[in-house]
Design a protein around this ligand. Structure first.
Ligand code: HEC
Length: 489
């Protein structure tokens, strides 16, 4: 029997889960209103809300819907289906994006900016990129990126003056993406409402919520969905397991201003969620144990609207579990700082004023995986704070180098886990002796908008030396690698 002790394998065992999954079926349970759509327009502080005027081409004959002529591409036949499938998880009324793209009238003024943003890969948001340094072993699940032809179509549509086309010829619209976990077992939400408002320059707050899933025996989780209580202010969310229930002592289940971490020392990061993100669902046949009495901690990034106080009383999680373990069990190994592995350049320290500071880590997979054990990587989550600009994770072994995840345009506001689109048996296999490598690049100058933001929050005017920690003025270089092992541990 498999009795690999958890700690020896890849260290810290955790609840895992995560990744995403096309929540194809509507959630049936409890929180029917708790779509995972949460979140404010927040993000990288771009003031996206003022509708631009499109650069309208002089109306060519027949390019308007009134004329009813077949100018292509047009909204009804070409653009609407694309926008429904790729943009409406966020750009709906009441959604997390600052404006809706549901109708022709709503979309038309944005045609030029839409074309530019999709061409640059800014929209839809996605940060796991193939680069000269990174060819991931498998495609990513729910990769929303548009093809070159689709990007080109947005440009040609804008160039034509954004014609509506003939509604009578409208292409059938795909169903808008569902963000709900199918068949959740239980939903658990915050118990004490929080109010968020701008304080001086500060619109970003990090509050930790301790959630009690209420299982008095171990359960085996395969799906997690973040429920954003007030989508106007809930931005990204990090999910931790607090196996010892240390956070149960927090008054009202809340620890305010808990920085970038879990608010307790020994919680395990198991996933990251961003607005518009799909539920995190492990591959078929993979579950993770949630010990009896454990707590779950959400580190919620609240982004004040600037338009007065907003309350959140319903943020939480929908969970799907069963009483029996699946054939594969999964956990996250946290590598880097603060995680396992060795620093290749001493303690993390990013001097003020350095524009391309590099920190590297290496973790050697211990030589204690039994010969029969099969260990696979199925999801990867990079984590830095606001000084970070580029992060890459790869594995080196006798057969060469395999890049797991490269996030070269790091954006603190869009950190999330990236799951591979493959059955667990076809996922990347890790073996004893493999070297997992991390490289984090930081820009600690005022040319980094993240640094400007961070300093403003702290009321400082120029860059400071940044070391390892959970606070606003600290950094990390951490990757969470979701691995699954066949058989119970
Ligand atoms: C995951 C959620 C999400 C999806 C999917 C998404 N957007 Fe956005 N979009 C946002 C948010 C949030 C903003 C506000 C700016 C920011 O946070 O980066 C935004 C801003 C924009 C802007 C304004 C940017 C500016 O420069 O002012 C445009 C244009 C846009 N989106 C177009 C699109 C299009 C077109 C699609 C689909 C092809 C799309 N978005 C898909 C969330 C999303």
């Amino acid at each position: 029997m498999v009795s690999v002790s958890r700690s020896l394998l890849l260290t810290s065992l955790v609840l895992a889960a995560c990744g995403d999954s096309q929540g194809s079926t509507a959630a049936t349970a409890t929180e029917s209103t708790g779509e995972a759509t949460g979140s404010s327009e927040a993000s990288s502080g771009s003031e996206a809300t003022s509708a631009p005027t499109t650069t309208e081409a002089p109306p060519t004959t027949g390019s308007t819907s009134e004329a009813g002529e077949d100018v292509r591409p047009n909204w009804h036949q070409d653009i609407a289906p694309l926008v429904t499938a790729s943009c409406q998880s966020c750009h709906v009324s009441g959604g997390i994006a600052p404006f809706a793209l549901m109708t022709y009238e709503e979309a038309k003024p944005w045609a030029g900016v839409m074309a530019t943003d999709v061409a640059q890969g800014l929209m839809p948001p996605w940060h796991a990129l193939e680069t000269d340094e990174c060819a991931p072993p498998l495609p990513y699940l729910h990769d929303p990126r548009l093809s070159d032809d689709q990007k080109d179509m947005f440009q040609r549509w804008a160039d034509l003056g954004a014609p509506a086309g003939d509604p009578a010829l409208a292409a059938p619209l795909p169903p808008p993406p569902s963000l709900d976990l199918a068949d959740p077992t239980k939903s658990v939400t915050m118990t004490t409402p929080l109010t968020v408002d701008r304080v001086g320059n500060t619109t970003d707050f990090f509050h930790c919520l301790s959630l009690d899933p209420g299982n008095d025996a171990p359960v085996y989780v395969d799906g997690i969905q973040v429920l954003a209580g007030n989508p106007k202010i809930v931005h990204h969310v990090l999910i931790y397991v607090d196996a010892g229930a240390d956070s149960a002592s927090w008054p009202g289940g809340v620890k305010q201003n808990c920085g970038g971490g879990a608010g307790i020392g020994n919680a395990q990061l198991i996933g990251g969620w961003v607005p518009g993100g799909m539920p995190m669902v492990a591959p078929a046949g993979v579950t993770t144990e949630l010990p009896a009495g454990a707590r779950l901690i959400l580190n919620v990034h609240y982004h004040a609207t600037g338009g007065g106080p907003e309350e959140d009383s319903a943020t939480g999680l929908a969970l799907r579990w069963s009483d029996t373990a699946a054939e594969w069990s999964t956990f996250f190994t946290l590598i880097g700082a603060p995680g396992v592995g060795d620093s290749l350049n001493g303690p993390l320290m990013i001097p003020a004023g350095e524009a391309a500071h590099v920190e590297e880590y290496e973790y050697v997979v211990p030589n204690n995986i039994p010969a029969f054990a099969d260990v696979r990587v199925w999801t990867v989550l990079n984590h830095m704070h606001k000084v970070g600009v580029d992060m890459r994770v790869w594995v080196e072994n006798a057969s060469g180098e395999t890049c797991l995840l490269h996030t070269p345009k790091w954006d603190f506001n869009w950190q999330r886990s990236y799951q591979y689109d493959a059955p667990i048996t076809e996922s990347f296999r890790v073996r004893a002796g493999d070297r997992v490598r991390l490289r984090c690049v930081y820009n600690n100058t005022m040319s980094n908008p993240g640094v400007v933001e961070m300093l403003a929050e702290a009321g400082l005017a120029s860059p400071v030396d940044v070391g390892l920690g959970e606070g606003t003025l600290d950094e990390m270089c951490l990757t969470g690698v979701g691995v699954a092992i066949k058989g119970s541990l």
